[in-house]
Design a protein around this ligand. Sequence first.
Ligand SMILES: [Zn+2]
Length: 58
Amino acid sequence: MQKECPSCATEIEDGAPVCPICGYEFARTKGSIKWVALILVLLFIWPLIRLLIDLCTR
Ligand SMILES: [Zn+2]
């Protein structure tokens, strides 16, 4: 599959993170950073949730 670069309108490979013609960076990397951030937040919050459950059931 191919996608069109929004900066220079060149057809490039769908998996490419950066346009080889003009160097335009695609938003895909930002999306994965968002997921990593979400997982990190969940990892930080999870012990607190368990602590609250433990306190409530005591
Ligand atoms: Zn481009």
